[in-house]
Design a protein around this ligand. Structure first.
Ligand code: C5P
Length: 238
C-alpha cells in the first residue's frame, strides 16, 4: 500500500537509471522527487513519463532563485508540465513571482527556508544575519507563507516550530534529512526518523539513498510505509 507522505528522491544521474528504480518500487511508492542533478540526464522527460504515463506524483526540486521576472517566466514554463510540487528559495520576492508563474495551475510552490547543509559559519560567509539557525528558518518560513508559499522545506528538527506558526495553517511542511532507524546517515547530519518527522508536523518526508541504494528497495520503502502507519507517526493536532 503506498502512502503519498513518502516521497522518494531519485538522485541518480539519468532517467534510465531512475526508471529502473521506479519499476522496482512499483505500486509501493507513488511520489517521486527529481532534482537538479538530473537536469541534464532527462529529468523533465522522466517527470512527464512518471506523471502522465504512470500516474505518479512529482516533486521537481529546482530551488529557483533570480529576479522576480525570471522566476515567474521559469515557473510559468515548468507549470505547463502539470506536476505537483516545485521548490524555489524562500525569499518573499521569489515566492511571489513563482506564485504568479503558477497561477491557474495545481503546481504547489514550496519555499526552501535554509539549506540543512549550511551551518552558522556558512551563513556568516553568506553575510546572513547573526542568530540561531532554527529561529531564522522559522522566520523565513513565516515570510514565505505570507508571500503565498503553499509549503516550505525544512529539517524535521524545525518542523514542530514551523507547524506552530499561525501562518502554517493549511500549508505543507516537507522534510528531507529523514533516516529510518539503522539507516546510514550519508552526509545528512541533523536527521529524524520518518515517524518522528511526521509527529513533528511534516506532511511529507523525502527519503533518497536509504531506499534506492538499499539491497532491497521495496523492503526499504515498505519499512518506511509501515513506520508512517504506526502510532508513533501520529500527526500533531493543530
Ligand atoms: O539520500 P537522502 O535521503 O539524503 O536524500 C535527500 C534528498 O533531499 C536529496 O535529494 C537532497 O538533495 C534533498 N535535500 C536535502 N536537504 C535539504 C534540501 C534537499 O537533503 N535541505
Amino acid at each position: 500500500m503506498s502512502d503519498d507522505r513518502l516521497i522518494v528522491a531519485l538522485d541518480v544521474g539519468d532517467a534510465l537509471s531512475a526508471l529502473k528504480i521506479t519499476e522496482a518500487l512499483g505500486d509501493s511508492v507513488n511520489f517521486y522527487k527529481i532534482g537538479l542533478g538530473m537536469l541534464t540526464g532527462g529529468g523533465l522527460a522522466l517527470a512527464n513519463e512518471l506523471k502522465h504515463e504512470q500516474g505518479k506524483r512529482i516533486f521537481l526540486d529546482m530551488k529557483l532563485f533570480d529576479i522576480g521576472a525570471t522566476v515567474e517566466a521559469a515557473v510559468r514554463g515548468l507549470a505547463q508540465f502539470d506536476l505537483d510540487f516545485l521548490t524555489v528559495h524562500g525569499d518573499p520576492h521569489v515566492v511571489r513571482a513563482a506564485k504568479e508563474g503558477a497561477a491557474g495551475k495545481d503546481l504547489k510552490i514550496l519555499a526552501v527556508t535554509i539549506l540543512t547543509s549550511l551551518d552558522r559559519a556558512d551563513l556568516d560567509a553568506c553575510l546572513l544575519l547573526p542568530g540561531d539557525v532554527a529561529d531564522m528558518v522559522v522566520t523565513r518560513a513565516a515570510r514565505a507563507f505570507e508571500a503565498g508559499a503553499d509549503g516550505i522545506i525544512c529539517s524535521p528538527q524545525e518542523a514542530a516550530l514551523v507547524r506552530a506558526l499561525p501562518q502554517a495553517r493549511g500549508r505543507l511542511i516537507v522534510t528531507p534529512g529523514v533516516r529510518p532507524v539503522g539507516a546510514a546517515l550519508g552526509d545528512q547530519k541533523r536527521v529524524m526518523t520518518p515517524a518522528q518527522a511526521v509527529a513533528a508536523g511534516a506532511d511529507h518526508v523525502v527519503v533518497g539513498r536509504p531506499v534506492w541504494q538499499a539491497p532491497d528497495p521495496v523492503a526499504a520503502a515498505n519499512a518506511i510505509l509501515a513506520e508512517l502507519a504506526s502510532p508513533q507517526a501520529q500527526a500533531p493536532n493543530i
